[in-house]
Design a protein around this ligand. Structure first.
Ligand code: BGC
Length: 632
């Protein structure tokens, strides 16, 4: 039966209400869908402005940004550790801006070719996304491409600081860039511009020096080497850890497992301006593409939450045009608030890209929600993404057509020769009674100690593993002992025993004790009293009995406390962490190359002197053992 007209007229308001509700429902459903799914817009035309190589970068950025959805923008702000990528297709689905291999994240086949295959496959995913925005792939590469057996391992930065030679540093960085490029990497998390004032910190060796001027000089040289001189960019470098890292106070770490790493920087505003900002100003001048924010606090605030430090100082005052990236879990480490709120705080402070070692999905969800609820403005997102895109254009990632350089570049003979030269240039001669060094042809030399035949110790942390490896690594490395054997002039008699248990006989001319620190990194390497291991002290005592003169070579990432022993040694050489080419140390020991290194930071005689200000003042007012700049 049909419904009567009267009934229809009476029910009209109800129908209208029903239609209204249905409409609201549909709009809500659509909004929900848009918020939770990537809307499949059509790809841009082949001649879109941003795809045109000749167009000015700023215009390409504006054009591309105007074509991006909110979710595509937020995806660009995510930097995902490769070990936490759930599915490769997520690179497309989330339009991820970057991926990284944190210290230990390696391909299943850890060879240069294995790296290249893995990274190129990730990049190929990004190339399939709607806008085809290329992927940044980052790795630390802070002393060569040290995750890969066969790569050239250069001296850690503290050794580069000891060379004081900007030209050499630039060459080291350029060789590093060439090796990592062959593996598909296009972004390094180096150089460190930290300024260590306390040798108890586990990251002293990652820094060039405690001198703002030297850090500015060498930092800029390193950036020129990684990226290209004159502000060009063939690879992206990162100046880190912004800011005041190295000036944290002992026992202030926000991480309960650490002592000073991730601690509080307690320098006043003037010092921050005069001593910690200048290396960043120099890095920006050199055109550095990214700046990494440290995990330290400045005063009561996490640096990462500081709008003043990141936006006002770095971006506005220093004019940084690149993008700011957070450190490993840096958005959340030591945060007193929720993950959701931590994202908001850091992005609003000025962080542009978030290093997400564990969970990118919740980052994308949270930031989307925060933008929709106006807790982060769209203009802040646009600024962050524009900076990331700017660097990607500048580095030529959109226009690259060539395959990566050949993997034979990794560990190339010319790079190894350079690493050998730099190891020599980094060694600092600190004591030389009676000209015991260089060793002379024909001498009888007893060699012993934990650092003599241990590649892992001479390479230090960030080698193959985050904490390094303690032991020998068969591929393409020369221990100091092997170097000494190669370089020793004919007629010289070398004997080796790690624990100095030599067969009885007449006293040798020289006892060479190569003592070392175990490799370690970051807060794990914080050490209340960095000094000699008991076994090494024993080695020295043995050598004293068995040789007329004793020379100590220290293989360590920082000055060690040797005040009580030094007077009984005839010679002392600081070799730092020289890397894969042990011959470089042998060259200076046998006088094939002269000593030219100088201490890049003061060498304290006790922990009571710590911290030491960058103008050399100790905490207790007593004199250091050796001042910065010392070197015979
Ligand atoms: C370190 C950074 C490093 C990052 C990625 C962090 O733990 O503090 O210096 O770049 O890990 O490996």
């Amino acid at each position: 039966m049909s419904r009567s007209k009267e009934t229809a007229v009476k029910s009209l308001p109800w129908l209208r209400l029903g239609a209204l509700l249905a409409g609201v429902y549909l709009i809500c459903a659509a909004a929900y869908y848009v918020g939770h799914h990537t809307v499949q817009l059509p790809p841009p035309p082949a001649d879109a402005l941003y795809k045109q190589k000749e167009a000015p970068i700023d215009l390409r950025v504006i054009d591309l940004l105007s074509r991006m959805t909110l979710s595509e923008k937020i995806g660009q702000m995510a930097l995902v550790d490769k070990d936490s990528l759930i599915k490769p297709v997520d690179i497309i689905r989330y339009n991820l801006g970057g991926m990284l291999s944190g210290a230990s994240a390696k391909p299943p086949l850890n060879t240069p070719q294995g790296w290249q295959n893995m990274i190129e496959a990730y990049k190929a995913q990004a190339a399939k996304s709607r806008l085809q925005i290329p992927l940044l792939y980052g790795a630390d590469a802070n002393h060569g491409s040290a995750n890969v057996p066969g790569a050239t391992i250069f001296p850690h930065s503290i050794g580069l600081g000891a060379t004081g030679n900007a030209g050499l540093v630039q060459q080291v960085a350029a060789a590093t860039a060439q090796e990592v490029a062959a593996e598909g990497i296009n972004w390094t998390y180096s150089p460190s511009l930290d300024e260590p004032s306390d040798i108890r910190w586990g990251r002293v060796y990652e820094a060039f020096s405690d001198s703002p001027a030297l850090n500015a000089l060498l930092g800029a040289a390193y950036i020129d080497g990684i990226q290209a001189p004159n502000g060009d960019m063939k690879m992206v470098a990162t100046a880190k850890h912004y800011i005041g890292a190295g000036a944290m106070l002992w026992n202030t770490s926000a991480n309960k497992n650490y002592k000073i790493d991730q601690g509080t920087t307690a320098v006043n505003e003037n010092l921050l301006e005069q001593e910690y900002l200048p290396p960043y100003a120099a890095a920006i001048q050199a055109g550095v593409g990214s700046v990494m924010v440290g995990l330290n606090h400045y005063g009561k605030e996490r640096v990462i939450d500081s709008h003043y430090l990141i936006t006002d100082k770095l971006k506005t005052e220093l004019g940084f045009k690149g993008f700011v990236v957070s450190d490993w879990y840096g958005m959340y480490e030591a945060s007193k608030t929720s993950i959701y709120q931590s994202n908001i705080n850091a992005i609003n402070a000025g962080v542009d890209m978030a290093m997400l070692p564990y969970d990118y999905k919740s980052f994308v969800r949270d930031v989307t929600e925060a933008v929709k609820s106006n807790q982060i403005s769209e203009s802040r997102i646009d600024d962050a993404v524009s900076r990331i895109l700017y660097v990607k254009f500048k580095a030529g990632l959109f226009d690259a057509t060539a395959a990566p350089p050949p993997v034979s570049d990794v560990g190339a003979a010319s790079h190894r020769a350079l690493a050998r030269q730099v190891a020599s240039a980094s060694a600092v001669l600190l004591k030389n009674s009676g000209h015991v060094l260089p060793l002379k042809a024909g001498q009888h030399v007893l060699i012993a100690g934990s650092g003599a035949d241990n590649f892992g110790r001479q390479a230090g942390g960030w080698t193959l593993e985050w904490q390094g490896v303690d032991g020998n690594w068969p591929v393409g490395t020369t221990s100091i002992l092997a170097g000494l054997r190669q370089v020793a002039p004919t007629g010289t008699k070398l004997e080796y025993s790690q624990n100095a248990s030599f067969v009885a006989g007449p006293k040798a001319d020289i006892g060479l004790a190569i003592i070392s620190e175990k490799p370690a990194a970051e807060g794990w390497d914080d050490n209340a009293t960095p000094t000699l291991e008991a076994s090494d002290l024993q080695v020295i005592a043995q050598l004293k009995k068995r040789a007329n003169k004793v020379v100590v070579i220290v293989v360590a990432g920082r000055p060690l406390l040797i005040q009580n022993q030094l007077s009984s040694w005839d010679g002392l050489v600081m070799a730092w962490l020289p890397g894969s080419e042990g011959e470089g140390i042998a060259d200076v020991i046998f006088g094939k190359t002269p000593f030219t290194g100088h201490l890049p930071l003061p060498w304290p005689s006790s922990t009571a002197q710590l911290p030491i200000t960058s103008d050399g003042k100790t905490k207790d007012g007593t004199a250091v053992l050796f001042a910065r700049g010392f070197g015979l």
